[in-house]
Design a protein around this ligand. Structure first.
Ligand SMILES: Cc1cc2nc3c(=O)[nH]c(=O)nc-3n(C[C@H](O)[C@H](O)[C@H](O)COP(=O)(O)OP(=O)(O)OC[C@H]3O[C@@H](n4cnc5c(N)ncnc54)[C@H](O)[C@@H]3O)c2cc1C
Length: 431
């Protein structure tokens, strides 16, 4: 069958590329290997409670311009709740609760004022935020880690622990002692460039499939395209054919929107010009995320989420408050989770329960009625210095384009990076 474009992979990158092409009148085929769409941002039904559970809590920032453009296109912008300005409840390692709230000032003064009035840390430590921009703007050195960069920028250890480390680990999914500073600096610059809302947090108000994957599928099909799941594909680079279980389809353009670790097996007989890209994909390291979902016999927090800096589970999200009556579980997230990803389920559940009881007084008398652990071993690609170079959208094969969060957008492995890469691939295919 012939299509204008074939997109291999139905995650944020593939679906943003496919909908951008469909919007411009192209007849698109999307092929996804798994039984459902969504990739690393997906949901499943918990058999015991019947609730939809995300494979892990996803948080967006107000500065995710490409993502909001994608959501507007598919009519799903209202499926995300965006704060007016950054506001975060935090419980530190000693159990002290505080709130970082940014006032309505132009950026970056809202963040400066928020930190300067944050009573979680002594005034002397708060003042160090003023030195963050310093001479030469936010530019980090080559091979500098996030911690080295923050220390060089004069940030107090307590400000690093309570603000910068949770933010960086959430954005990069890697310890600040390992991750390179450059992608974090890029995230910060984007957050601060977009006005006070740029740094505000946004949470999906629906399970991830309903938030974006199903609306994107409907958008593509309404414009004459097709979306096939259970369709593991291989791309024959010489003829630009896409083959699924022996059935071939051809497109004037093919977009490989698969993760780095799937690219080598997806490309069939890549020409020598693609060898470096395939080798880079094969040698890129991954970083895991562990999520422990807990059902308790009572409500233990008022807000949607609480930051738990200094703990293994760095954030707790109350899905009941976020999703409404459809859900009743807490989602505890451990990013950059190399040190616990191999632990057993009961060990992880015990750890999550102990941490939440320690941090939230309301949880101390609560009984756990159910727990579900989700390990995403290859949640994101590593941004440690020394990783292989990330490839560009265009390849040496005419008509073959790459998308996915690991494409060289300068952003870390995020929804925004994935959607930006999808939009770049669609634009390249159209041109
Ligand atoms: C637990 C977790 C929490 C996260 N939290 C956040 C967060 O808070 N904020 C944020 O911005 N980002 C977060 N991320 C990162 C974000 O989910 C990813 O950056 C993004 O989803 C990547 O999208 P993608 O389309 O590039 O890749 P993927 O989602 O991996 O999609 C690629 C798709 O290609 C399919 N595929 C592979 N090979 C083939 C083939 N041969 N044929 C057909 N299909 C194929 C795969 O099955 C997959 O569905 C998180 C990730 C995880 C795992």
């Amino acid at each position: 069958m012939a299509f204008d474009a074939i997109v291999v992979g139905g995650g944020f990158a593939g679906l943003s590329a496919a909908t951008a092409l469909a919007e411009r009148g192209a007849r698109v085929l999307v092929v996804e290997a798994r039984p459902s769409l969504g990739g690393r941002a997906a949901a499943f039904t918990d058999p015991a409670t019947g609730e939809r559970v995300d494979n892990g809590q996803h948080v967006l920032f107000g500065c995710y311009g490409e993502t909001f453009r994608f959501l507007r296109r598919i009519g799903a912008e209202d499926r995300v709740r965006l704060q007016d300005r950054l506001a975060v409840d935090v419980v530190d390692r000693d159990g002290r609760a505080s709130r970082l709230a940014c006032p309505p000032l132009p950026s970056p003064f809202h963040l400066l004022a928020g930190v300067l009035t944050w009573d979680a840390l002594p005034l002397r430590d708060r003042l160090s935020v003023i030195y963050m921009r310093g001479k030469g703007g936010l530019q980090p050195g080559r091979n500098e880690t996030v911690r080295e960069w923050l220390v060089r920028r004069g940030q107090a250890p307590r400000l690093i622990e309570l603000l910068w480390e949770p933010l960086a680990v959430a954005a990069l999914n890697q310890s600040i002692d390992v991750a390179a500073a450059a992608p974090f600096a890029r995230v910060l610059a984007t957050m601060l460039a977009g006005g006070p809302r740029g740094a505000a947090l946004a949470l999906p108000a629906r399970p991830l499939d309903h938030m974006y994957a199903l609306p994107a599928k409907a958008f593509i099909e309404q414009r004459g395209g097709e979306v096939r799941t259970n369709a593991p594909a291989q791309i024959a680079c010489d003829q630009l054919n896409v083959t699924v279980r022996g059935e071939s389809s051809s497109g004037r353009a093919v977009i490989a929107a698969v993760p780095w670790y799937a690219l080598p097996d997806t490309l069939l007989s890549p020409p020598p010009e693609l060898a470096r890209t395939v080798a880079a994909a094969a040698h890129t390291a991954a970083s895991p995320i562990v999520t422990v979902n807990l059902w308790l016999d009572r409500v233990v927090t008022d807000g949607m989420f609480v930051g738990l800096p200094g703990r293994t589970m760095q954030w707790v999200f109350d899905k009941r408050t976020i999703f409404g009556e459809r859900a009743s579980h807490l989602s505890l997230v451990s990013s950059g989770a190399e040190h616990i990803v191999a632990s057993g389920n009961q060990e992880l559940i015990d750890l999550a329960v102990a941490e939440i009881r320690d941090a939230l007084p309301g949880a101390r008398a609560a009984t756990v009625t159910r727990a579900v652990v989700v390990r995403e071993k290859r949640a994101t690609f590593s941004v440690a210095p020394g990783q292989p170079a990330r490839p560009e959208t265009r390849t040496a094969v005419p008509g073959l384009f790459l998308a996915g969060d690991w494409i060289d957008t300068g952003l870390p492995a995020t929804i925004e990076g994935a959607v930006l890469s999808g939009h770049l691939a669609a634009a390249a295919a159209l041109s």
